[in-house]
Ligand binder design. Structure first.
Ligand code: AZC
Length: 841
């Protein structure tokens, strides 16, 4: 049925086209209408939660119009689109972002105030959308912001988890996980009950020959689950472009199967089927940089990939173009290997369902996909067992084997007789059971592979994917250094700093072209500017101090040096080295005379981050941090000289509070292990300095801001292998200062030492894989350098201003432009601003 309204009736539509609001009065009337009708409340019954709801609905009304217009324009233009497939989108809060991107936060502030609310309190009511673990998911969210802000026709595709990343509570110093049920009220999603896809699992493959004698394969039987689309509008900054993030939710298919059960009286079992189907999209796996090969996870991956591809192919088919034009219309980016089955699924659609020849189909597939790698850690590289895939996706396994066969044949032709090479690059690992190496499948199925910072992109070419560089040549491998959106990470998180910068650059245009930040370097000596700069930092620290007091009871002095490490807890990120360093400082303070103590610079060591629930060592690290805190914070000898704080439940909205309040933040991974890091960029952009290893994007940050403005330490990536090798051959003398730290722990200074034995033996007895001891001295010395530098506040502020002015490179806008040009081959598609008179309020 044609859903389009015939021409004669369209006039009535146009006349009644609704709008958002265009002024404060319009906002207020919209707000009150939502309170009274949508929410069935009144002015006698309107708390901050209701105000948040009404305010969001009012802004949503605004957003929807531009969203519809953007989608219509993209459909009409029929130009190439990019689809960003990510199993994680760590969006955080939407209201503040929507108000700022639309440019009407001031208006809303006034309107809310007229109606009796403070905008800050209203914003705080929103539950974070936490559909991700850490860096990978937040990168996807920054990319969506940039794609919309730069007017690229782009869609995100993900899963609508009912439970996001768990909430972390700290009870008696231990992490406790609490489920994050976040969907009670979510005004930012639109269920599309009319957009559904049936997804098949299990079953068997039926092979036959058609009337022309051509072999065909059909996947039959098994069970079906329904994917339902939920759409989330993604507003661009200072542009009407509003893109779509489509998240799939699983439901039982209303097939005959359930119905029969129902008729035969087996009601309970048909309800159970229903629930089983719904578990597919129920929960986000809470592991960061770790893959555990669970069947349900593979089900999630296929469910999401199959629904997304069906949607993409359906949209392409509407244009009635030839299949060979598919890669001219569609670019699909694989965010890590999680969506790699999309390669196989598209090949299946083209060959089995659309009847294309294998080679023609494969050509289309490889020209469509790009693959981004985010890690070299072996435990994070996905492998799925062949028997599991065989069981769940029998036809896909056959296609994977065929892809591998043709790939290995081509390798054999180019490198005859090199059997080792064939074994090394085979997509199938000949282990017991056999495993499918997803990264290899992603490389073979894509036309470009990129790493996320220069060092990382070099490392993948020389280590884990070396053979593939030999086979495909170096041009297939490229680098796109990560970036962050300055809208959320400067303007939203640190509005006063954003406005101060604007007062010097003339406008807020730097939020669209971050290289304009370089203008503030001219003001580095301007006393009024410097004074305001320092005042903003102090105010941000005071705000965090207040938060620390209300949430932990710990009183910290805002003029102390705030030293922050917030990120997922992982041995490779080395929070253990940080807390060992804190203990070392504590021991020095204790050993000092009252006179000597006066020479210490007061510090607050702030930690935050979640441990994967099954990651025992990471949990031990959290426990040690908290145990050290309870001793140090209550030690009269120490007073304000040292405080240790662990902030519970680190997430995006807390990052927006913490990052602007940092003086020094720690990015201290073992060299070569952190692919990029992105919080390093956020801290520097907010006028904090960083201590870091020569790892990931730290290296490029140093190049941009100058080595005088960063505190680097530790061994280099090129030396890591030799050091590990030496450890394993017994050449490992522990750093003497670290020995003192271990002694203090083992004496029971911070409680039962058995609780922390694992952390000590990992370094002392089990080869110190992350080189904590090797880097410890240089780490401590660098912290002493930081103390000295901080005493000279004038120099310190100069470093901060200079660094911010040189951060232009790290905007995710630059990143997205590089993907668009070098990988996706897409162009922006600007949307004209609506004529205001056409919008009724
Ligand atoms: C992370 C990397 O650890 C981090 O260094 C990088 O900044 C981020 O991706 C964005 O590229 N990786 C992950 O979160 N997870 C995996 C599986 O790599």
């Amino acid at each position: 049925v044609e859903a389009s309204i015939p021409e004669p009736q369209r006039e009535a539509w146009l006349k009644h086209q609704v709008g958002g609001f265009k002024d404060k009065d319009g906002f207020e009337s919209n707000f009150v209408r939502h309170i009274e009708t949508t929410l069935a409340r009144s002015m006698f019954n309107c708390d901050e939660t209701a105000a948040y709801a009404a305010c969001s609905l009012a802004f949503r009304d605004r957003l929807i119009l531009e969203w519809n217009r953007t989608q219509q324009r993209q459909t009409f233009a029929d130009s190439k689109r990019v689809y960003y497939l990510s199993l994680e989108f760590l969006m955080g809060r939407a209201l503040d972002n929507a108000m700022l991107n639309i440019g009407q936060k001031e208006l809303a502030k006034g309107g809310l105030s007229d109606l009796g609310f403070r905008i800050e309190d209203v914003i705080q009511q929103e539950h974070d959308a936490a559909l991700g673990n850490g860096g990978l998911g937040r990168l996807a969210a920054c990319f969506l912001d940039s794609l919309a802000s730069l007017n690229y026709p782009a869609w995100g595709y993900g899963l609508r988890y009912r439970y996001g990343i768990f909430k972390q509570e700290i009870i008696d110093g231990y992490q406790v996980e609490v489920p994050d049920y976040w969907l009670d009220f979510n005004p930012w999603e639109f269920p599309r009950h009319d957009v559904t896809v049936d997804i098949q699992f299990y079953g068997y493959v039926h092979k036959s020959t058609d009337e022309n004698g051509k072999a065909t394969a059909r996947w039959e039987g098994g069970e079906t689950v329904k994917a339902v689309a939920y759409d989330v509008p993604i507003p661009g900054y200072a542009t009407p472009s509003t893109n779509n993030l489509r998240l799939w939710s699983s439901k039982a298919a209303s097939g005959e199967f359930d119905f029969q059960k129902f008729n035969s009286g087996d009601y309970e079992s048909s309800v159970a089927d229903q629930q089983r189907a719904e578990t597919i999209s129920a929960v986000l796996y809470p592991n960061d940089n770790l893959e555990r090969g669970k069947e349900l996870r593979l089900k999630q991956q296929y469910f999401w990939v199959a629904a997304s591809l069906y949607d993409i192919v359906r949209r392409f088919k509407k244009s009635r173009r030839a299949w060979r034009e598919f890669p001219d219309q569609v670019a699909i980016q694989l965010n890590d290997t999680h969506p790699t089955l999309a390669v196989v699924e598209l090949q299946r659609i083209l060959v089995d369902l659309e009847g294309l020849e294998w080679d023609e189909a494969w050509n289309i597939v490889t020209n469509t996909f790009g693959y981004t790698n985010h890690t070299v850690l072996p435990e994070a590289l996905e492998k799925w067992s062949v028997p599991l895939i065989q069981h769940l996706l029998p036809r896909h396994l056959q296609i994977i084997y065929d892809i591998n066969l043709f790939f290995l044949q081509s390798v054999e032709r180019a490198h005859p007789g090199d059997r080792d090479l064939l074994a090394r690059v085979s997509i199938i690992e000949e282990s017991q059971p056999k495993m499918v190496r997803m990264a290899y499948l992603a490389i073979v199925g894509s036309h470009k592979v990129n790493g996320v910072a220069e060092l990382h992109s070099d490392l993948i070419k020389t280590t884990i994917f070396k053979d593939f560089v030999t086979i495909f040549g170096p041009d297939k491998f490229t680098n796109v250094t990560n970036g962050i959106t300055p809208r959320r990470w400067l303007h939203q998180a640190n509005p006063r700093l954003s406005d101060l910068i604007a007062s010097k650059t003339g406008t807020h245009d730097f939020l669209k072209d971050l290289t304009l930040l370089n203008k503030i370097e001219l003001s580095v000596d301007d006393p009024a500017f410097r004074k305001e700069w320092a005042a903003i930092k102090l105010a941000n620290k005071a705000r965090l101090a207040e938060y620390i007091k209300t949430t932990t009871g710990i009183v910290v002095n805002p003029s102390a040096l705030f030293d922050v490490q917030v990120k997922r807890i992982h041995e490779y990120k080395r929070q253990q080295m940080n807390i060992f360093g804190v203990i070392h400082r504590y021991l020095r303070i204790k050993a000092a005379s009252p006179e000597e103590r006066k020479k210490f610079l007061p510090r607050v060591s702030i930690f935050g981050g979640k441990a994967a629930p099954g990651y025992w060592m990471a949990k031990q690290i959290i426990h040690l941090i908290n145990s050290v805190g309870s001793v140090v914070n209550n030690d009269k000898d120490v007073g304000d000289l040292l405080k240790v704080v662990f902030l519970e439940d680190y997430n995006v909205s807390k990052a927006e509070l913490i990052i602007p309040a940092s003086d020094i933040s720690e990015h201290i991974s073992t060299a070569g292990t952190e692919a990029s890091g992105t919080s390093n960029m956020k801290f520097v952009l907010n006028g904090g300095l960083i201590i870091g290893t020569c790892d990931g994007a730290n290296i490029e940050i140093t190049r941009e801001i100058g080595e005088n403005n960063i505190f680097l330490f530790g061994n280099l990536a090129e030396d890591v292998e030799d050091l590990r090798h030496a450890h394993n051959y017994g050449q490992h003398t522990l750093d003497p200062d670290l020995v003192k730290v271990f002694e203090a722990i083992e004496k029971g200074t911070f409680g039962d030492s058995k609780d922390f034995a694992g952390m000590i033996t990992a370094v002392r007895d089990h080869g110190d894989y992350y080189l904590v001891s090797d880097d410890f001295q240089s780490y401590l010395e660098t912290h002493d350098v930081i103390d000295e530098a901080y005493r000279n506040q004038e120099d310190w502020i100069t470093k901060c201003i200079t660094s911010v002015s040189r951060m232009g490179f790290f905007t995710s806008d630059r990143c997205i432009n590089e993907y668009a040009e070098g990988i996706w081959n897409i162009e922006p598609l600007p949307i004209e601003t609506a004529e205001p008179e056409k919008i009724n309020s």
